[in-house]
Design a binder for this molecule. Sequence first.
Ligand code: ADP
Length: 206
Amino acid sequence: MSPENRYSCVLLFGPPGVGKGTQGKILANIPGFFHLSVGDVFRSVDIGSEDGKEVYDYISEGQLVPDPLTMKIWKKAVDAYVALSWYKPHEDLLVLDGMPRNVEQVSLVEKYLNVHQIIYLECSDEEDMIHRIRRRAIRENRTDDANEDVIRHRFSVYHQVTAPVIDRYPADMISRVDCNGSPAEVLKLILDQVIPVQNAHFRDNN
Ligand code: ADP
């Protein structure tokens, strides 16, 4: 992919249960945003296929899916959304949720993504997030959310492997957003950050 054709995007970043998916889905309802959750893409892979079985094994144990498989499935999903014109890269700002999730992926996505900003959702109370995740298990029927050991393992993967991703980006690209408010309050804080990015994107493309 040539550098000028890379997808303009903002990243939703933060620990499990912080509300990346909730906020991403709300943004997706606003024209000019396309939300892509890597976790959702993985959960939609046919569980009977070879890739689906492998993905399921990693996710249900709270492990990251290996990078080659992650990149293969992610790229296939993006290409499909572009082909269907659900995602129009010249009109929509990509809101990417769940990628990059380790420092290796920072380099792997560079050839596809022009990252404008990182929305870093922060929550002071990890126990509160574990609570939220347990509730989500019931609401969304997610196997990785139902088992407390798996949830705690995901937090340790986050701290060890994912959190260092943020150091790979310049500090002025990172917007820290407190996720402790209501979804509407958090949305307002996120919109304050992303609207200027989206406006710049439209100015460049229209
Ligand atoms: P959460 O918001 O709770 O972190 P996600 O839906 O983003 O959940 O991710 C669910 C699971 O999907 C992760 O625990 C991990 O197993 C897998 N996953 C998601 N994104 C990636 C990625 N970029 N690389 C590898 N595995 C991933």
